[in-house]
Write a protein that binds this ligand. Structure first.
Ligand SMILES: *Cc1c(COP(=O)(O)O)cnc(C)c1O
Length: 408
């Protein structure tokens, strides 16, 4: 038997079934028109933002990294809850604009921005987090041709990384950002060109559950920004301090202790280097805001036994939930939190593996999990499905198509 991850707080049971926001899983499936279905809870997202605001100093702005979940109703909800959106493509820019987010509240990071993407961002007054000197040159040329003043920031590749982070995106040699030691020269060029200087973006990693490590990294980010700003010689208007706040996916994972992060930031802001005195300070968070607010519901279409092992075969799979299958940035496959949604309060009495409908051995949603006895027609819930689910999975694979999504 293998353990499953912890079911996030706030999910209740109605008539023995999993309920989300006061609706049973079966009712939600009926409302949406069938399975597989992602259900996102607006209430859970609002509560997450509220507890975050309570823990963080009021000066800290929160940005939504929309690659975590670009579902349009979620973007519309988020627009009213955060100070900015962080995007990584022109497609995300179009989606952010369509959700009503104005360009001046959007910043655009990501390697390989094409000329058309730079042009669109500049036209809408989006801040570009520049990833290379070459990209800076292209942005300046495009802005000049368009007769626009570009809003430019530099994404810094720091000389350290977020300890214990699931996905490292800073430190050492990276395709992301400009090596810290080369930043002052480029910043001076940008400021000298007459562009609007929008400061620094320092992202050091993702999916960290160790609050101490996050606090330590934030201190390092502030020190680095102060050091670079001294060399640049112009007050820093904005510092995107990155994010990296993780959520518990697996057995033994503990939720992040926000109190530790908030307290450390509070202390730090009390003794902020003079160079940063007037800077806007922002965190960019994706999965922490939406991950635990989403549940993926899929229906069991077959129950079979092979050489003593029970398999519950569902109408969903890795084409919607690549991460739960263990094929998105994990080395060792472990079980996400799962449940039989239609028997949420039933006793766990058998060991079974939940698999998807794709013809590949990679398509597993839970291995040897301890579950209530489930049969054809029952609904399976995979939790922690609010981030990197629908949009980060290969829905075209094997012609299966996209899942339904609803925000309630
Ligand atoms: C992916 C990404 C994020 C969001 O990461 P989460 O783990 O979802 O919070 C934030 N910033 C940058 C630059 C990213 O690439």
């Amino acid at each position: 038997m293998k353990p499953t991850g912890p079911i996030p707080a706030g999910f209740e049971s109605i008539e023995g079934q999993l309920a989300i926001g006061g609706h049973t899983a079966a009712a939600l499936v009926e409302q949406a028109g069938g399975t597989p279905l992602f259900v996102y809870s607006a209430e859970r997202i609002r509560q997450r933002l509220a507890s975050l605001r309570k823990a963080l100093p009021s000066r800290i702005r929160v940005h939504y990294a929309m690659k975590a979940n670009p579902y349009p109703p979620i973007l519309e909800l988020m627009r009213g809850l955060v100070e900015g959106f962080d995007i990584a493509s022109a497609g995300e820019l179009q989606a952010a604009l369509a959700a009503g987010q104005p360009g001046h509240r959007i910043s655009f990071a990501g390697p390989g921005k094409r000329d058309e993407e730079l042009a669109l961002a500049i036209e809408h007054g989006v801040t570009l987090n520049l990833e290379s000197e070459g990209e800076a040159r292209r942005a300046l040329t495009i802005a000049e041709t368009a007769g626009k003043t570009p809003r430019l920031a530099i994404r810094v590749n720091p000389d350290f990384e977020l300890r214990g982070s699931g996905m490292k995106m800073g430190g050492g040699a990276r395709p992301f950002g400009i090596d810290a030691e080369r930043v002052p020269d480029l910043a001076k060029t940008i400021i000298g060109s007459g562009a609007e200087w929008r400061g620094l973006h320092i992202f050091t990693g993702s999916q960290a559950l160790d609050a101490g490590a996050i606090a330590e990294t934030q201190a390092g980010v502030i020190d680095l920004a102060a050091r670079l700003t001294r060399e640049i010689g112009t007050p820093l208007p904005h510092l995107n301090m990155g994010g990296g706040f993780g959520i518990p996916y697996f057995a033994g994972d503990e939720p992040l202790d926000l109190g530790v992060i908030g307290k450390a930031l509070e202390d730090r802001l009390g003794a902020l280097p003079a160079e940063l005195a007037g800077a806007e300070l922002a965190l960019e968070l994706g999965r922490y805001l939406v991950g635990e607010a989403g549940v993926y519901l899929t229906r069991i279409v077959d129950r079979k036994v092979s050489r003593g092992q029970t398999f519950l075969v569902t109408d969903g799979g890795l084409h919607h939930q690549l991460a739960a299958s263990g094929n998105f940035g994990t080395v060792v496959r472990r079980n996400y939190p799962v449940a039989i949604a239609s028997r949420f309060s039933a006793n766990h009495e058998e060991e079974a593996s939940i698999v998807g409908c794709l013809c590949t051995p990679l398509d597993r949603l839970a291995d040897n999990a301890h579950l209530p006895r489930a049969d054809v027609g029952d609904l399976v819930a995979v939790f922690c499905a609010g981030a990197y689910g629908a949009s980060a999975s290969p829905s075209a694979f094997l012609g299966q198509g996209a899942a339904r999504e609803i925000l309630i």
